[in-house]
Structure formats: C-alpha cells, structure tokens
Design a protein around this ligand. Structure first.
Ligand code: UDP
Length: 247
C-alpha cells in the first residue's frame, strides 16, 4: 500500500500525478510484485463505501486508489490535503500502455460487450504494437464461462489486467479473484473500453478541465441521473468531515 495519501471518508487516495502513478505501477511490474489491485475511485464509489463495508475494505486494502473524479480532487482540497490532479481509469490505461509499449508488457482485457472488447484489443494493437495482448473476454459471462475465463488468465499470466465491468462490480470481481491469478497489477477501468472502441465519446478537454465531465456524461446518458444523486450527498459528507475534524 502506498503511503503518500489523502484520506477522504476513510479511504486513502494516492496523492500523485498520472505520470508518477503510471511509473510506480510499471516499477511494480518490473519488480514482479503480484496481486496489486488498483481502484480509480470517483465520489460515487467513495460515498458508496461509507455504507458498504465490503466495498470499504476493498478500497482500504487496495494497493492504490486514485482520484478518478473531480469531486474527489475537490474533497481533498476542502479537507486541506490536496491530491494534485485527477487520475482517471481511461488516462491510466493509455499511459500504462504507452509506457508499457517500450517495455513490452503483457495485458489481458476483461469486460464490455463482445464486439467492444475485440475492437479494444484491435485498437491497442494498432496504437501500442509492442504490448502483448495475451487475451480478452467480454464482461457478460455466466459461472461456466467465468471459470473458463479465470483458467485462461491463469494460463496466460499477464502483467496487467484491465477489468471494465462497471463500478463497483469490477472492484468486487478483482478482489474476489486476484489472489488466485498470476497477475501483477489489476485495474478496474469502468466505461473505458466503450470510449476506446468509440462506442461512447469522452467529454471534450474543455469540459474535463472545468471539472464538468460528469455533466457531459449526464447529458449524453440521462439514465445516469440516479447515480449522480450520490454527488450532493458526497459533498455534504465531506463538509461534515471537515467540520468535525476541526472542532
Ligand atoms: N459491463 C459488463 N458486464 C456487465 C455490466 C456492464 O462488461 O455485466 C460493462 C459495460 O458494457 C460497460 C462497462 O461495464 O462497458 C460499464 O461502464 P460504465 O460507464 O457504466 O462504468 P462506471 O461508470 O460504472 O465505472
């Protein structure tokens, strides 16, 4: 577990930039560290972990939790222990593959629809030709297919496992299986495969810089409105923590 963290609602969030986080993870891979679970956490998942003790334990025991959303960066500032920037699953995926391309790391992809994950594998091969994609599998499996999938990962022994099953499902899945898998680093990357395959588009950079990626997503996918309800609750909780820590 990393030491340089900002504690947000009892969750240790790594205080580092995208590039430093990427370098750290590649160093772990070089060193042969095994079973390192990485969580890219937004405010929704951190808020959820307040009420869900299984999820909270996963986040607290993860090798590293990054600040995936602007809400988490904001909370760290309010609490007086700021993280320097967002480190999203999507950016981390690209940065790891880009730097990993020079080191010829290997990877395995799990999640999203069959046509999406195969398009992602194709795109990664195109962008990062030296990354060895040891296998990929869609994220809509039953228990029989899941067993086959786990056997395949065991056989292929990838350095890096990307899991895109949505949050927190992917966090539970990684936590349930990682100790049995010969994988060095496993990361939950949410909807990143859909963006990489071009099924959904990411917010323009301007929106991202203004911290409004969530609003862009809400406009594009109005069905997410229920999930967004966690945001004001998260904000209120952060203010409460700030008040009670000070007095
Ligand atoms: N997904 C999956 N299996 C499932 C449910 C979802 O592989 O049983 C995939 C889905 O196709 C999508 C991703 O998980 O690619 C969820 O993306 P979302 O943007 O909802 O991620 P989140 O915002 O939850 O991180």
């Amino acid at each position: 577990m990393v030491k340089d963290v900002s504690i947000i609602m009892d969750i240790p969030v790594y205080k580092s930039t995208l590039i430093k986080t990427t370098e750290l993870l590649l160093t772990w891979i070089d060193q042969g560290k095994m079973h390192q679970q990485i969580v890219t956490a937004n405010s929704e998942i951190i808020y959820k972990s307040k009420k869900d003790s299984k999820l909270r334990k996963i986040l607290q025991r993860a090798a590293l939790v990054t600040a995936d959303g602007m809400g988490v960066v904001w909370a760290s500032r309010i609490l007086g222990d700021p993280v320097p920037e967002r480190v999203t699953g999507y950016d981390l995926l690209h940065a790891l593959l880009q730097l990993g391309n020079e080191r010829q790391i290997s990877t395995y992809l799990v999640g999203a629809k069959p046509e999406v994950v195969s398009a992602v594998a194709f795109e990664i091969k195109r962008l990062y030709p030296n990354v060895n994609i040891k296998g990929y599998h869609h994220g809509y499996f039953d228990s029989v297919t899941e067993r086959e999938l786990l056997e395949d990962i065991k056989e292929k022994q990838p350095d890096l496992l990307f899991v895109a099953l949505g949050s927190p499902r992917q966090e539970f899945w990684i936590s349930d299986h990682l100790t049995d898998l010969p994988v060095k680093v496993a990361i939950g990357v949410g909807g990143s495969f859909d963006i990489l395959a071009g099924v959904i588009d990411r917010a323009p950079e301007k929106w991202q810089k203004l911290g409004l990626e969530w609003a862009y997503r809400l406009i594009r996918e109005p069905s997410r409105v229920g999930r967004m309800a966690a945001l004001p609750k998260f904000a209120l909780s952060v203010w409460k923590d700030k008040f009670f820590r000070r007095h």
